[in-house]
Design a protein around this ligand. Structure first.
Ligand code: CMX
Length: 134
């Protein structure tokens, strides 16, 4: 696969508003967008640092992946997202190399990106997201 840069780092938080204040007040960053991703049952907030974003994720439902993550591990880094060229081909290649796919085909994520997750059990414990802006 051709990976160009880290698109974003996803961080699970309990309270989006409080966490936004933390990144703005301590790091001098500016939250440039918030968005609810209903399909994922999360509210998101974005900060841009160079080419890479920080994506804060607050669960909107107890059944959301983020709620389960916080319950089990607490707040913290949830996933790393790579900007790839041709997400469909990248997924196929990863699967052929024995990686367990969470999403066999891309779906729409925040900011309209095509996204797909690889299972942390086959990626050394880190939830990886592939994304492509089309
Ligand atoms: N990073 C590393 N490991 C993780 C993890 C994460 N983010 N989330 C779960 N796991 C681990 C758990 O610790 C658990 O490990 P053990 O079996 O050793 O205890 C295992 O994966 C299974 O976890 P679980 O709590 O039973 O949860 P599920 O199997 O139901 O789901 C996962 C896990 C990764 C398949 C699911 O969270 C998922 O599909 N994630 C992708 C989608 C997503 O995260 N969406 C959030 C919003 C994304 C966005 O919009 O940017």
């Amino acid at each position: 696969m051709k990976t160009n840069y880290i698109e974003h780092i996803g961080i699970a938080v309990k309270n989006l508003e409080e966490s936004i204040k933390f990144y703005e007040n301590i790091f001098g960053l500016k939250c440039y967008a918030t968005e609810e991703v209903k399909e994922q049952k999360v509210k998101t907030a974005f900060f841009l640092l160079g080419q890479t974003k920080i994506e804060l994720l607050e669960p909107t439902d107890a059944e959301s992946a983020i709620a389960k993550f916080i319950e089990k591990k607490g707040e913290g880094i949830h996933h790393i997202a790579f900007a790839v060229e041709n997400i469909e081909v990248s997924l196929k290649e990863a699967e052929e190399k024995g990686i367990q796919l969470i999403d066999k085909t891309p779906r729409k994520g925040a900011e309209g990106l095509d996204i797909a997750f690889l299972h942390p059990k086959s990626t050394a414990g880190v939830l990886m997201e592939l994304c492509e802006k089309k």
